[in-house]
Design a protein around this ligand. Structure first.
Ligand code: FES
Length: 106
């Protein structure tokens, strides 16, 4: 189990306990915590409704694959800190990650 923090627009952080051994991706975990993520593509890196901004810990994440990069490139509000949470599988290296949910702001 690791901790991932969700930062609100007001700068408040909510800590989530995230399992690393159950095979869930981060989008699925955020949905389980009842964040309003549509995930219309089902985690195929196509819909971008699981778009997050990584505020701290980006260096501990695996590289994006080509599909994730293509989808992020097509978004008007993505930048170098953007990721698709469906493409991230929580691991011990991601403990302490701080993210903001971007899709909710669109
Ligand atoms: Fe569709 Fe992540 S769930 S891009």
């Amino acid at each position: 189990m690791i901790n991932i923090f969700i930062e609100s627009d007001l700068g408040e952080r909510q800590a989530l306990e995230v399992p690393t051994d159950m095979g869930f991706n981060l989008m699925e975990i955020l949905k389980a915590y009842e964040y309003d993520i549509q995930a219309t593509c089902g985690g195929m890196a196509l819909c971008a409704t699981c778009h997050i901004e990584v505020l701290e810990g980006k260096e501990n994440l695996p590289e994006s694959n080509d599909q994730e990069l293509d989808t992020l490139d097509a978004l008007p509000n993505s930048d170098s800190n953007s990721r698709l949470s469906c493409q991230l599988r929580p691991s011990d290296e991601m403990d302490g990650l701080v993210i903001r949910l971007k899709a909710l702001q669109e």
